[in-house]
Design a protein around this ligand. Structure first.
Ligand code: FAD
Ligand code: FES
Length: 310
């Protein structure tokens, strides 16, 4: 049985068991959320031993080179020495401003003393000082998050009650959902529901700031009017930029978002797509874009996998 070494402790890892489960089982508090390799909140660094390559999927090359891995994907097959992420992977931050964008969506602004090399649309892991960790997409050039308040949700309800000036820690950024200049005339399709708008809003403004010339369509799906937010800001952008079309899509008025999208855009060869938010909707949208002819490498997606409370 391989042994996991952590801060002077040696833990036997059962066959197939993840490093995260072995550490949590031994009472070690490791930040984690999705347990599926999507949120990167369980990032740890290996200082010695054999790193299973599958535990580094989705990590930036710079992190891989430094021996970082995701504990929820790491099933050690040989002895492994692990430690918490170093200062290069995490930065202290302050919550500077909190604004309700709708009844349930809170806009959270943060600032860091060290600059964070992020692109709007990527995501960060926000850590509370007791180690609670959740990931959120970045909605702009500054660090702006859109957090939906989930009934009973640990992080979203804490954020809804904190005061500006509260310190937190940020890890990341991660993810490849961001605008890449290089083809300014390519049509862009941005689609998501709920706070899936956060990365799309960041990508949209980044594309416009970089003078993207091709058409940009943004579909924001919600059950009804109360699920929409930033409508005035998006309408103002659509009025300013003739190449930008904003399509708020209400389930009760327009039907399901994938159907609306398929009817409006049956042919998407040559387009670039971004889909974000609820994992089920993201999966359906990805398939629809692909079936309409969009190349799979042209589709960037971030599924907001929830935490699994185990
Ligand atoms: C890459 C990535 C990016 C993300 N970006 C964003 C973002 O920009 N904005 C945002 O609001 N969230 C985002 N999330 C989700 C976020 O990380 C948290 O999962 C979410 O805020 C809930 O955390 P919580 O601590 O409040 O609730 P928890 O305490 O984790 O959950 C409480 C209960 O609610 C359930 N639950 C959690 N989320 C949902 C949901 N959406 N709908 C229904 N039930 C739910 C849980 O399964 C649990 O039973 C992202 C997730 C990932 C992986
Ligand atoms: S990536 Fe490991 S808990 Fe989310």
């Amino acid at each position: 049985m391989p042994t996991l070494h952590w801060e002077g402790q040696s833990l036997a890892v059962a066959p197939g068991q993840t490093a995260l489960d072995a550490l949590l089982g031994a009472g070690v508090s490791i930040p984690h959320s999705c347990r599926a390799g999507a949120c990167q909140s369980c990032l740890l660094q290996a200082t010695a031993g054999e790193i299973p390559p599958s535990s580094q999927q989705g990590l930036k090359p710079a992190l891989i080179a430094q021996g970082y891995l995701l504990a929820c994907l790491c099933r050690p097959e040989a002895d492994l020495h692990l430690t918490a992420p170093g200062p290069g992977a995490r930065v202290p931050a302050l919550i500077t401003k909190l604004t309700w964008l709708s009844d349930s969506v809170l806009q959270v602004h943060l600032t860091t003393s060290e600059s964070l090399d992020h692109r709007p649309g990527q995501y960060l892991t926000l850590l509370r000082d007791d180690g609670l960790a959740r990931s959120y997409s970045i909605a702009g050039q500054e660090i702006e998050l859109h957090v939906r308040r989930i009934p009973g949700g640990a992080m979203s309800n804490w954020l809804a009650d904190v005061e500006p000036g509260t310190p937190v820690t940020l890890q990341g950024p991660a993810g490849d959902c961001f605008y890449t200049p290089g083809d300014p005339h390519q049509p862009l399709l941005l689609a998501g529901a709920g706070t899936g708008l956060a990365p799309l809003y960041g990508i949209l403004r980044d594309a416009l700031r970089r003078d993207h010339q091709g058409p940009i369509w943004l579909y924001h799906g919600a059950l009804n009017e109360s699920g929409l937010y930033l409508t005035a800001e998006l309408e103002a952008l659509a009025a300013t930029y003739p190449n930008f079309q904003y399509r708020p899509t209400l389930f009760h008025r327009d039907g399901p978002l994938p159907e609306v999208l398929s009817a409006a855009h049956p042919k998407l060869a040559g387009w670039r797509g971004f889909v974000c938010g609820d994992p089920q909707i993201v999966n359906i949208l990805k398939k629809r874009l692909f079936l309409a002819g969009m190349a799979s490498r042209a589709i960037s997606a971030d599924a907001f996998l929830p935490s699994t409370l185990k």
